[in-house]
Write a protein that binds this ligand. Structure first.
Ligand SMILES: Nc1ncnc2c1ncn2[C@@H]1O[C@H](COP(=O)(O)OP(=O)(O)OP(=O)(O)O)[C@@H](O)[C@H]1O
Ligand SMILES: [Mg+2]
Length: 349
């Protein structure tokens, strides 16, 4: 990054965990109270949810990193660990430092984990948990929630939806989890502005970011990740200061950088599917009918010498892209075809 403008590039990085979270005092306090730090404290389960880019992941990570060393923590993103088996494998590895291969019975893995719990308080975080809650995978939550309180396990579920947990899981799972719910509200434009200004003051030299530039970003999105990605993209390309017109010019690049970061954690097929949607939107206007997507996806896999997945799998992947805020979908009910769906790539508005 340009040393004329940047004094310290760390706070600009996407993985940076802020020392001070603006406008999140209550949420931070609730997290502190919920985590068991004493060996005899009763473990609490939590369900944290709210729109994209409201600070859920980073605030949880920040609170975890300040807990006493005795407390074991295990953070799992269900974007990568998207089945019960993968979550159990990762949890076991985190508890023991040992790998467990594929091919075991799920119940054996569960037993091995149960045996390893109890000596110290343990917090398991399942981020993006709504990507896991289909098919048999909900049994994972049922198993975890039924563990003896002596195992001192707290389960923290994080989701980028507005849905309460009782709408996401079966009632037997919900009633044994009994989670405390913390809802993260969207930030206002003013709060987004303050977060951008705070990050700029930590990383840029004085007067390197024009007020209008920060206001422009803050008035265009309420998603902090998008806002900070936009700032980072503009900083990379600015020569002596980031101006409003500068921010304007990098709008597309910023959107692209935000989406690439999200797609990075998914499979090749998700990427091909996204390329199909992006291409169709560029050719035929932003809104596309889902019917044309699979054909284009098939063509792209052919060009990449990859076997296409079935229409059904791709339809599931499309739902995942939607949940991850990479595409937006609109549903239409009624009419000749019954329920239809229109899709478009994420915009910045
Ligand atoms: N209150 C805040 N103060 C400072 N920085 C913040 C604040 N809230 C969010 N951020 C920053 O915004 C970015 C996005 O936050 P985070 O990834 O935690 O959001 P999220 O709610 O988990 O989003 P998603 O639902 O898309 O996963 C991070 O870089 C984080 O450091
Ligand atoms: Mg998150």
């Amino acid at each position: 990054m340009n040393p004329e403008i940047v004094a310290n590039s760390n706070p600009l990085q996407a993985t940076h965990i802020p020392e001070h979270f603006l406008s999140r005092v209550d949420e931070q306090e609730q997290l502190h109270q919920a985590f068991p730090t004493e060996t005899d404290a009763t473990p609490r389960n939590l369900y944290i949810h709210g729109p994209r880019g409201t600070g859920k992941t980073h605030l949880v990570k920040s609170v975890l990193s300040n807990l006493p060393k005795r407390v074991q923590t295990c953070y799992i993103s269900c974007i990568e660990a998207d089945t019960q088996y993968k979550v159990l494998q990762q949890f076991y590895r985190s508890l023991t430092g040992e790998n467990i291969e594929n091919g075991h019975h799920t119940s054996d893995l569960q037993r091995a984990i149960t045996d390893r719990l109890g000596a110290v308080p343990t917090i398991l975080i399942l981020d993006e948990v709504d990507l896991l809650l289909h098919g048999d995978d909900e049994n994972l939550l049922y198993y975890l929630s039924r563990l003896d309180p002596e195992k001192q396990l707290s389960i923290v579920l994080v989701s980028g939806t507005n849905t309460t947990l009782s709408d996401l899981v079966e009632s037997r799972t919900y009633s044994s989890l009994q989670p405390r719910e913390i809802q993260f509200e969207s930030y206002s434009n003013k709060q987004i502005y303050d977060i951008i200004a705070q990050r700029a003051s930590q990383s840029l030299k004085p007067r390197s970011l024009h007020n209008n530039a920060a206001s422009y970003i803050a008035s265009s999105t309420r998603n902090t990740e998008l806002a900070l990605t936009w700032l980072r993209t503009a900083v990379k390309q600015a020569e002596d200061a980031v101006t409003e017109s500068h921010v304007h010019q990098v709008t597309k690049d910023a959107r692209h950088a935000y989406i690439s970061r999200r797609l990075d954690r998914l499979t090749e097929h998700h990427k091909h599917l996204y390329t199909a949607i992006d291409e169709l939107a560029a050719e035929a206007g932003p809104v596309i009918q889902t019917g044309s997507i699979y054909d284009r996806y098939e063509t792209i896999t052919g060009e990449n010498s990859t076997e296409p997945l079935s229409n059904r799998r791709i339809s599931d992947y499309l739902k995942q892209l939607e949940k991850l805020n990479v595409v937006e979908a609109e549903y239409h009910y009624g009419g000749e075809k019954g329920k239809t769906r229109e899709v478009r790539p994420l915009g910045l508005e």
